[in-house]
Design a protein around this ligand. Sequence first.
Ligand SMILES: [Zn+2]
Length: 912
Amino acid sequence: VTEESLDIVVVPHTHWDREWYLPLEGYRHRLIPMLDRVIDLLESGVLSCFLLDGQCVVVEDYLHHKPERAEALAQLVRAGRLKIGPWYALADEFLVSGEALLRNLAEGRRVAGALGGASEVAYSPDPFGHVSQMPQIVRGFGMDTFVFARGLGQTPTRTVYLWEGPDGSKVQALFLATSYSNGRLLLSSDQVAQRLRSEVERLRPHLAAPVVLVCAGSDHEIPHPQIGPRLARAAEEVAPWRLHLGTLENYRDILKGHTPTALSLNGELRGARLLPLLPGVLSARIPLKQANDRCQDLLELKAEPFSALACILGSRDPSSSLRAAWRELLHNHAHDSICGCSIDAVHRENFTRFERVGQIANGVLDESAAFLARQAVEKLEGDHLRVFFNAFEQDFEGVVETVVREPLSGSESEGPAGAAFSRWTAQGPGHSRRVQVVAEDISEGCFPYPSGSALRTTRMLVEARIPALGYETVRLLKGIQDGPHLPVVAAGETAELVWMENEFCRVEATRNGQLSLIHRRSGRRWEGLGLFESSADAGDTYNFSPLPDTQPILGLVGARVSLIQKGPLQAAISVQGSLKLPLGLSRDRRSRSRRMVARPVHLVVALTVRNPLMEVHLQFDNQASDHRLRLRFPLRATVGQTWAQSAFDIVKRDHAKVDPTGWIEDPATTHPQGGVCFVPEDPRGLRGLAFFARGLPEYELVSGPDPYLAVTLLRCVGWLSREDVPSRRCQAGPKIATPEAQCLGPQSFRFALAPWADDAEPMSPVRLLRMSRRFAAPPWSIDANPPIGFGQESWPVAPGLSDSRLSRAAGLLSVEGRSVVLSALFALDQNTLVLRLLQAESKVGSARLKLHESLGSQWTATLTDLEVNPLGDTALPLESEGWTVPLQPWGLTTLRLERSSSQSMNERPAGP
Ligand SMILES: [Zn+2]
């Protein structure tokens, strides 16, 4: 680097956490004068350009209060002087689904597009690490450059990398080696040129080309009113270096002119050498993570696919409602929001948003399911008709839960509730189905049933066989009928233990609550599963911080075990005990308090026919502060590796110890999983244990002579950020008390375990992703003839449609392929479906796609990018009423299915 050839690109910007240590409206109050000033400086020519932080939601926040500024703002965006987007919100990447990241970019580009265009650089300055598939995501939206700050570990520091994802996609990744605020308060003194020179010296060892990026701005920083003229003056002082006031696009282009020597990067970025990764955010405020997974599952796995199918059959177009739900959800995906590292007021608002997402998505789902039910069931066909839905792209065989509510006559209602379960059977297409009643309750009738009368509520499990992405109709009948001999769950007890078993597993619980899981075919046992572990946590919402010389408290006190369901479809073991824990930390925070609090814990462990998962539902009331509560799952062996679900990937992490010398934060020992984590016992994965959960994203593999997998249930802390966290040699945020981050109160968790042991067939990513998806969205049931006032009678039906056009069971769309996973199915309008597939292995493959005949035959299928723009001339040929879709290794393939305009909805032939 000769002194003459150096270029300095100063990018004026601000990093705008929309909500963090102030609530949304608190920051908006500052956002308005900040953007007022930016617009004024740009309009008056004092400033030539400004980067608005890579996200669009802040623009909406501003225009919501100042709609009269929309045109002025749009003019600057169109002129390329105000850079907005491409993201809608700067999301955390590990705590949201892959689809959520795609919807975030799509929405950001849509909002920015309406205002004049999105930034061409995927700028992600602050999120806490980056997922492996980001190169493919960025490429799929037509961009080639990613800008990031956090996540580098042992890799040598360089300002330019070539980052490759598991599918082979590569992006230029520009690294902010001295952070996104290396030009913070650049104009706060007269020494601008000197500040620039010292930044050049700091960055010089890392430069991939003689180009230095100075980001003039920081968190919520308002640009200096003299920024333009004073930088012009500084330009003279730093000569012969060339000083440019520009955008990230300018930086990218100037770099290109120098052909930088990029280093290569591969896979996910989760190191913390130069900037902290803040891994404790994975477990701060776990209830937020649970609510987010519930919303994502509801939208992605139920509301979108079923409303799409109903819409194609003539139901209302759901797309505007679903977009509203996604936008609401994306507000919560901002890194300080979903990470749980904001003040309490912010997270109270997050929960309200999650509520609203659920309300919209359930509205869409209820309408769509009722519409499909009406197409499949003749009216007034009798009582107790149910329609079961399967959101999974493979046929489902197993059990579905449903509830029957019946108003009782006077004499009936006087019997003891639940004393003797009534007997039921079910009639589905084909044969009769077994039913297992699991609870019965008599209560006072309420809407829509007559008040004053008694109501019997019977919760039951029904055997089901539901086609892929389809439904079946089942009639529930009182009494027992003989059906074919099918697998059962058996259960029993001895003096020492309670046991249950299905085709796959056996579970044993000793009388003191020790749980064992046995893989039946191989006989392999995993013992002592689900041991409670509570460790002191003197940290904050960003980092777990154990106390030295303090041992964790293990196990339940006074555990009692009983068999509460005995088959034939499901058996369940109840484990009750109490957690006896210190109330919090001592006043000096150096030990746990001596005052103890004991609270009851209730686990229900269930095995169900045709389901390889041992499912667990856990409830307890947390009254202990300043601790991390985990469950330990002892392992038979480990090779120091885990396979964990991440956005569109199963990441194989090697948990070798990293030398933390010189790191700003100790390397993370806890890691994220987005639904499943498998611990192989051998490098191929022929044996091992898989853990599935929704909303429990943090795990740790603890090696040693007695290895175990630990999963965090709660991390209870009282501070947003503290200065005395030894594992982190910097502040992460202001020291503000966050009493609600202690997560006191009732908590409930759902998770599952599945053993794997096969001499010939290793566990595979596609198997894990399919099991994870099935666990996330089990089939569900609706009442096909609900009581008046309870819904579907009042839904509008498209004109020209008659009821009962579908058969009693149908798969509306089939997706078949060795390693294919359905990632998304949604409607753009009544004649357009969008389908996204993931090839979950490192080999090319194909998927066979077929629409049910009732959806009509005049369809064309076109390959698109991730934003659903057609990719050139890529219509797929129709072969025997379906399409064969080529799939790339770990590639996402998006398809647009369009019904030709010659065949509008009402002209189609009637279905079967
Ligand atoms: Zn931030």
